[in-house]
Write a protein that binds this ligand. Structure first.
Ligand SMILES: C[S@@+](CC[C@H](N)C(=O)[O-])C[C@H]1O[C@@H](n2cnc3c(N)ncnc32)[C@H](O)[C@@H]1O
Length: 189
């Protein structure tokens, strides 16, 4: 049977052990653009540390989606009471509601290009008008092998993501970089 987590359930313990705080500052900065006390869905949330915890610390109401049962259990432990769904981003019902913001850190490039397009469409549909979407991916289109899972990752690059975002009714509005040299695209509905 295929693994909906793309290999992450198998490496959940190792991933949780090596995940640093890289990216937390970027999401904290991004969070200042959201309405005070607004809602955010963390897609591919992993353990919730450091991203969802940083968002909750910024006063936002966070929900998490991740198809790895082990990583989602860690998310539930880190953020008791936060809505959490063990689902893929492409099939999730997004809790049947809309959010002020969505983040997908370290997720989109794990997925085949056609699935990345579906996820961007689903995220756009889960955002309120004017909602914001932050996701990480290399700025330039490229492929590489993920060191933990051994699976292929694929960034569609700025032009590719811009086209998908526009097709979904979102506009690429800016970018961020973290201390680890990772690139983040910021979009708005
Ligand atoms: C590199 S980890 C990033 C986790 C977290 N966002 C972080 O920054 O620590 C990738 C995460 O994406 C999840 N994932 C894999 N395939 C997914 C899918 N189709 N939909 C949603 N999440 C997925 C994995 O289970 C894993 O938690």
């Amino acid at each position: 049977m295929s693994d909906p987590s793309h290999g992450w359930e198998a490496v959940a313990e190792r991933f949780a052990a090596v995940r640093s705080d890289v990216g937390a500052d970027v999401v904290r900065r991004w969070a200042t653009e959201l309405p005070a006390g607004g809602s955010v869905v963390d897609i591919g949330c992993g353990t919730g540390r450091p991203i969802a915890v940083a968002l909750a610390g910024a006063g936002l109401a966070v929900a998490g989606i991740d198809p790895s049962p082990s990583l989602l259990a860690a998310f539930r432990h880190a953020l008791p009471g936060a809505p959490a769904a063990c689902e893929t981003a492409e099939e999730s019902g997004y809790f049947g509601r809309r959010f002020d913001g969505a983040v997908a850190i370290g997720l989109l490039f794990l997925l085949p290009p056609a699935t990345q397009a579906v996820v961007i469409d689903r995220v756009a549909a889960a955002l309120r008008p004017g909602g914001r979407f932050l996701f990480s991916a290399p700025r330039v289109a490229c492929r590489w092998t993920d060191t933990l899972t051994g699976r292929e990752s694929r960034s569609l690059g700025e032009a590719g993501y811009r086209a998908l975002l526009e097709g979904a009714g979102l506009r690429l509005r800016g970018s961020h970089a973290d201390e680890g040299g990772n690139h983040y695209f910021a979009a708005v509905g």
